[in-house]
Design a protein around this ligand. Structure first.
Ligand SMILES: [Zn+2]
Length: 208
């Protein structure tokens, strides 16, 4: 557990007022291709930002066009701040102080997800239940699941025979969960992904 060993990932123990608040976060699980041709699971932010390790230092990636430049050419102005997150920007690592938040509510349908807790440090800005931090470290356990059904399946979820996840494929560089009726073949993917994520991030990973 390294530097986060003394932080317990339970919402009752550390709150938003703490120096290192432990709050909830959700990731999309994405396939990362290795040079040797293997594919390993990677946690990414909702907009695809990769978490290659369990700790992340936020950078500001906002670049603005400066329309006041000379000679009619658009100049790209680097707006990187000295300290991230900046109150007037959208940068930083996002997390929610709402421990009852539906973890997958913002994640793209049919993408497998992981939810768990992050210990935030450095500069932390709060707006409502949304937190933006300079640094974050994932603290276990991490729970993985197969995410939300496709829109076409939502209306069928309350029927006597609702569709369920069948298997996980890779489509356009993303994991995609196929839903329908028939034999559930997601078990192998879930077991392999839980083991690979536990190994990569040094955390306990639970699966449905
Ligand atoms: Zn910024």
């Amino acid at each position: 557990m390294g530097a986060t060993g003394t932080v317990t990932a339970h919402p009752d123990l550390t709150g938003v007022g703490a120096r290192t608040p432990v709050v909830r976060r959700t990731w999309t699980i994405a396939p990362e291709s290795r040079r040797d041709g293997t594919i390993v699971p990677l946690l990414t932010g909702i907009f695809g930002f990769p978490w290659r390790t369990a700790t992340l230092d936020a950078k500001c990636a906002i670049v603005e066009r400066d329309h006041g430049s000379v000679g009619g050419r658009t100049r790209m102005v680097d707006r990187h701040h000295r300290v991230v997150p900046d109150p007037d920007c959208t940068c930083g690592i996002y997390a929610t102080a709402d421990v009852d938040a539906r973890p997958a509510a913002l994640v793209v349908r049919t993408r497998p997800v992981a939810s768990g807790f992050v210990a935030l440090s450095g500069r932390i800005l709060r707006a409502g239940t949304t937190l933006r931090a300079q640094r974050a470290a994932i603290v276990g356990p991490l729970a993985i699941d197969l995410g939300r059904p496709p829109l076409a399946a939502v209306a069928l979820m309350r029927t006597p025979r609702p569709p369920h996840p069948l298997r996980v494929t890779i489509e356009a560089g993303a994991f995609k969960v196929l839903w329908g009726w028939g034999t559930d073949r997601t078990g192998d993917w879930l077991a392999a992904t839980a083991a690979a994520l536990a190994d990569r991030y040094g955390l306990e990973v639970t699966r449905p």
